[in-house]
Design a protein around this ligand. Structure first.
Ligand SMILES: NC(=O)c1ccc[n+]([C@@H]2O[C@H](COP(=O)([O-])OP(=O)(O)OC[C@H]3O[C@@H](n4cnc5c(N)ncnc54)[C@H](OP(=O)(O)O)[C@@H]3O)[C@@H](O)[C@H]2O)c1
Length: 296
């Protein structure tokens, strides 16, 4: 079922909030500050995961949200990496149920708006895994069931009973594979889609150029070159709106009817505050289409 949350389409990715195991030189205080800056600037959806700091990101978010009206926030978290077994992936029902309970404690809340199985494992029947989440959804501990990094075949296996609400996958203007691979099935089954890496780890902010090819190894030569060319088009539109390329890119995702919400990651309070400016931008139909065509 499609989500029906009353939230803006701009969320905040929080792998740099307490994600000491993923990024060097992070300070917890920057995480606290960036969350407050983002929420104060109008961002109401936070996307975290157990694996971001092995619970630390959730703990920091849990501390911060105590100062805000919980009912106005949408909190999404994920689990699949088992800390008792060297972070091996597991989708076993008992593990997922325990993960939700532990996330609730760290986040200091009594429900999660979205709980994602972060990655598929090799052995669990996906229908059984999701059925276990459906039970805890009925109990009110989670409001939506999500899958992340599942192939289309795995999504179909998991959604045999129609319990999957939302899918989170790698997607950006520079990497649009999900459109052909997943979107038709998701739409047909009223499953929402949220892209991660929406700024293509900084490339779609306009901070990098052709000489930074080696920093973006996820992209093929073709998609990298297309993105570099596309930055000129984005810059022109950004200049017309007197904003930055980052804001235009985020506004494009928010205007895309196939995208539920977008979760750019911030490193500090200044970035989080800046990201929220995208909420003010309304692209014209022609601008939306020009960006779409440029990055096709
Ligand atoms: N489900 C999954 O498996 C999965 C996987 C990856 C990510 N995610 C989620 O998706 C979120 C987004 O991914 P991401 O953060 O890795 O990549 P991203 O959103 O594509 O890029 C974030 C980077 O863009 C730059 N940036 C952010 N705000 C900026 C601003 N206002 N001005 C200029 N540059 C700015 C920063 O780069 P610098 O740090 O270089 O300054 C920041 O680290 C994550 O936080 C996480 O919640 C989920």
């Amino acid at each position: 079922m499609a989500l029906n949350f009353k939230h803006s389409k701009l969320g905040l990715g929080t792998n740099k909030v307490g994600g000491h195991n993923l990024f060097d030189n992070l300070k917890d205080q920057d995480g606290y500050d960036l969350l407050r800056a983002g929420i104060d600037a109008g961002i109401t959806l936070l996307d975290t995961a157990f694996v971001y700091g092995l619970g630390r990101s959730e703990e920091i978010i849990g501390d911060v949200i105590q100062d805000y009206d919980r009912s106005k926030l949408v909190i999404a978290t994920k689990a699949a990496q088992d800390p008792a077994h060297e972070l091996q992936l597991t989708n076993q029902p008992e593990f997922l149920i325990q993960s939700v309970d532990e996330a609730l404690k760290r986040l200091k809340t009594d429900y999660l708006d979205i709980f994602y199985i972060h990655f598929p494992d090799q052995k669990t029947d996906k229908r059984v895994a999701v059925a276990a989440l459906q039970e805890i959804k009925k109990a009110g501990k989670i409001r939506a069931i999500g899958l992340s990094n599942f192939s289309l075949a795995e999504i179909k296996e998991a959604n045999q009973d129609g319990y999957v609400d939302i899918v989170e996958d790698y997607y950006s203007l520079a990497h649009r594979d999900a459109e052909a691979n997943e979107w038709a099935y998701l739409k047909e089954n009223q499953i929402d889609f949220v892209p991660y890496f929406p700024l293509e780890s900084g490339l779609l902010t306009g901070r990098y150029g052709i000489s930074d090819r080696d920093k973006f190894s996820r992209l093929t030569d073709e998609t990298f070159n297309k993105a570099i060319h596309g930055l000129d088009v984005l810059k022109e539109i950004a200049n017309n709106h007197q904003v930055t390329i980052t804001h235009i890119v985020l506004a494009w995702y928010m205007a895309n009817p196939n995208i539920s919400h977008v979760i750019p990651g911030a490193r500090d309070a200044a970035q989080a505050k800046d990201l929220a400016k995208a909420l003010m931008i309304q692209l014209s139909e022609a601008e939306y289409q020009k960006i779409d065509d440029t990055f096709k």
